[in-house]
Design a protein around this ligand. Structure first.
Ligand code: CP
Length: 345
């Protein structure tokens, strides 16, 4: 059975839902309340203070074991989780698909069960298949699962660090205009960011070539103001504007997405030159935004394509701050899931 088939046919044995009010896993931001997001950001602010100390070490997770299980490449996410765990005194073990028994054909399920049998407390997983972290969470009874990026689906810890960075500079995000521009179609970063910013009340504008905006964003189901159960729809404030010059008018924050060059061979837009001309975020474009508008990018960047070099390394850029804040967010999440965080011991 392939991993894809296993994900789709998995029996539900483990509990994904919170137990005694305590979150067991972090799979996406769609099931976070605004209050829960705010609690993570507040804990991250406390962790950020630890990062500024000369001796970056606290005993919070002493005796806990965290495994990073990466089936795809990563610099920021994997290393920041490792750093976060080590600062909190957890034992952190890094595992990649290469050089492990995954190369001999061991399934995701059996890999997870093997790690559970070793008594690990948390698995941080990145996988090319959407739903893989959910599958692990449903299949394991005693391990917290954190999604470090699954297919084109979600990247919730990136979303949280983006929210932290934005809130740190803009304060309350309610009513702020946040433009997410680029390859939205293939971006798990965009999906989690949309949920997060929308839940905190921001007005999110999705921008890019029409071919790189996924159908649900352009269908009538988005922005209707209420969901099928009559509850307020947090996505009501999400709009689509393919014209970047129009989208960026009055923006408080612009998030440029990585153009996933490996996926562009099928011709989503006429040429790279055309893409740069119409959708590159640069100083001239930022002049249309609010005077103190800020730039974010999740990394890794294609400098000179989706964002100009001058802007990426200029005064408006929060890109390196995002990376630093990523360590604090991941410390806060590990603390909440396997330490004595909210609702914990
Ligand atoms: N933003 C992000 O996920 O970067 P990495 O792929 O380097 O982890």
């Amino acid at each position: 059975m392939t991993t894809r088939q296993a994900i789709e046919t998995a029996p539900v044995s483990g509990q994904v839902a919170p137990v005694n009010g305590r979150r067991r896993h972090v799979l996406d931001l769609d099931d976070f309340t605004a209050e829960e997001i705010t609690a993570v950001l507040d804990d991250a602010a406390a962790m950020r203070e630890v990062l500024d100390r000369d001796v970056k070490k606290v005993p919070t997770l002493r005796g806990k074991v965290v495994v990073t299980l990466f089936y795809e490449a990563s610099t920021r996410t994997r290393i920041s989780f490792e750093e976060a765990g080590k600062i909190l005194s957890a034992d952190v073990i890094n595992m990649t698909a290469t050089a492990s028994s995954v190369e001999k054909g061991e399934s995701l399920l059996n890999t997870g069960l093997t790690l559970q049998a070793m008594g690990v407390d948390a698995i941080v997983v990145r996988h090319p298949h959407s739903g893989a972290p959910h599958f692990l969470a449903r299949s394991l009874d005693n391990v917290a699962v954190i999604n470090a990026g699954d297919g084109a689906h979600a990247h919730p810890t990136q979303g949280l660090l983006d929210l932290y960075t934005a809130r740190d500079h803009l304060g309350d995000l309610a009513g702020r205009r946040v433009v997410i521009v680029g390859d939205v179609l293939h971006s798990r970063v965009a999906r989690s960011a949309v949920w997060g910013f929308a839940k905190l009340g921001a007005n999110v504008v999705l921008c890019g070539p029409r071919t790189l905006l996924p159908d649900p964003f352009t269908s009538a189901g988005w922005g209707s103001g209420s969901s099928s159960n009559g509850m307020h729809n947090p996505l009501a404030n999400v709009t689509v504007q393919p014209d970047l010059d129009a989208a960026i008018e009055g923006a408080d924050l612009v998030m440029a997405l990585r153009l996933q060059l490996e996926r562009q061979k099928v011709g989503f837009f006429p040429s790279m030159r055309e893409y740069i001309r119409r959708w590159q975020v640069n100083d001239a474009r930022m002049a249309r935004a609010n005077s103190n508008a800020l730039l974010m990018h999740p990394g890794p960047m294609n400098e000179g394509i989706e964002v100009s070099t001058a802007l990426a390394h200029g005064e408006r850029s929060l890109i390196e701050e995002q990376v630093t804040n990523g360590v604090a967010i991941r410390m806060a999440l590990l603390y909440q899931l396997v330490g004595s965080g909210p609702g914990g011991d």
